[in-house]
Structures are given as structure tokens and as C-alpha cells.
Write a protein that binds this ligand. Structure first.
Ligand SMILES: Cc1cn([C@H]2C[C@H](O)[C@@H](COP(=O)(O)OP(=O)(O)OP(=O)(O)O)O2)c(=O)[nH]c1=O
Length: 207
């Protein structure tokens, strides 16, 4: 324990935790940061993702400082789905999810995930831009998807790791970034901050 920095994941997303686990990283603490995610007027999707990832990290960092913890690494991320300059909501209602699907059907959109790592050596961040294209969705496909409820709380009203994986006809960028955390970039940030990113690679087989 003492030979590596304490890692705090400033997230309540089970997907982010699972993605880190996939590459052998287990945060020492989870500290979800509840921040206002409302976009600013005319704020660009990529700017929003970066601002929110940084804010989540800063909120956790100041809570840790209040506990007298000054040397932890705090990892935070934010995922924003956009069609052009239009930022799609994190769907909370059926109607919002329906509007998102109608907008995404048969066209390409972008998914921006910003990752922020804050620690004693300062704040570093990465932004990953992924282009995803959905097939044209029929009314019955949309209805069936809406009935699953898996869109709830998801940026853009869908989950690529779920049933909506069947809508994707093209993806350029990082699949893991769409799910919520680009792994290569996150590992790069952690390694740059002195975290032993491969210490958890102890053999085994992928499922
Ligand atoms: C597009 C897409 C988003 N999502 C999820 C990832 C994020 O969890 C969520 C976007 O909201 P975020 O605000 O990025 O994250 P969150 O509120 O779930 O978690 P936290 O702020 O505590 O870290 O949407 C998927 O799971 N699959 C997808 O295909």
C-alpha cells in the first residue's frame, strides 16, 4: 500500500469502476462528486466535458483536503454526447430518451469523454473524441429499446455496452470512452503521476 499513491475515484458510475477493474486497477476509495451538469449558454460539448471532469476532481480534492489527506490521486471523468454543437441530455425521462433516439437514428454523433487526474503534482487531463454512427431505427426498434429502461441516466439516452450496441454501424475512436472511461489515456495519466499501472497484472485469462 505505502509504495504507491492512494487512488480516489471521484465517480459513482459502476461502469467506470468496472473499466478500471478490467485493466487491474482498484481505487482505494470512491468519492462521487455531485456537481451541477447544466451546460453553459453556447458551451461546446468538448468544453463541457472538460469542465465537468475537472470540477468533479476538484470537489473530491477539497473534501479530501478537509480530511487532512493531501497526497492522494483523484481521478474523475465526464461523458457528453453531441450531435453537432447540440448537447444531448443524460436521459432521465422516457420523453428525453425518445427524443435522443430520434435524433441519433441513421446519423453520426460524437461522444466526448474528458478524464481529469488531480494530485500533488497538479492537474492533468485528456479529452477523447469518438464518432459513433447508428443505423436508422424503426419505430418498433425504438419502442423496444425505450421499454428496456437501460437509457436511464445515460448520456445521449443509450448504453453502447447494452442493447444499443446493436444499433452501432460504425465507431471511430475509443469504445471504452463511450462507455465512460478511455482506458489507454487514463492509464497514461496515472503512469505519468507515478501510479504503478501494471502492478495488478498478475496473470489470468480474459473472459
Ligand atoms: C453514451 C453512453 C454513456 N454511458 C454513461 C457513462 C456515464 O456514466 C454516463 C454519463 O454521465 P457522467 O456525468 O459522465 O457520469 P455519471 O453521472 O454516470 O457518473 P459520475 O459523474 O459519478 O462519474 O453515461 C454509458 O454507460 N454508455 C454509453 O454508451
Amino acid at each position: 500500500m505505502a509504495d504507491r499513491p492512494v487512488l480516489v475515484l471521484a465517480s459513482g458510475s459502476p461502469r467506470r469502476l468496472a473499466l478500471l477493474a478490467q485493466v487491474g486497477i482498484a481505487p482505494d476509495r470512491l468519492m462521487p462528486a455531485d456537481v451541477d451538469e447544466t451546460p453553459g449558454r453556447r458551451e461546446l460539448p468538448r468544453t463541457l466535458a472538460r469542465r465537468l471532469a475537472r470540477t468533479k476532481a476538484e470537489v473530491a480534492l477539497s473534501r479530501l483536503a478537509g480530511e487532512g489527506v493531501a497526497d492522494a490521486l483523484v481521478l474523475a471523468a465526464d461523458t457528453v454526447v453531441a450531435v453537432g454543437r447540440r448537447i444531448l441530455p443524460k436521459a432521465e425521462t422516457f420523453e428525453e430518451a425518445e427524443d435522443c433516439l430520434a435524433l441519433l437514428s441513421g446519423r453520426a454523433h460524437r461522444v466526448f469523454t474528458a478524464v481529469c487526474l488531480a494530485g500533488p503534482r497538479g492537474v492533468r487531463e485528456r479529452l477523447v473524441d469518438t464518432r459513433v454512427r447508428f443505423k436508422r431505427l424503426s419505430r418498433s426498434e425504438m419502442d423496444a429499446y425505450l421499454a428496456t429502461g437501460e437509457w436511464q441516466g445515460k448520456a445521449g439516452g443509450y448504453a453502447i455496452q447494452g442493447f444499443a450496441g446493436g444499433f452501432v454501424v460504425n465507431l471511430v475512436g475509443s469504445y471504452q470512452s463511450v462507455v465512460g472511461l478511455p482506458l489507454a489515456e487514463t492509464l497514461g495519466l496515472l503512469e505519468g503521476a507515478g501510479y504503478p499501472v501494471r502492478a495488478g497484472w498478475t496473470g489470468g485469462t480474459a473472459p
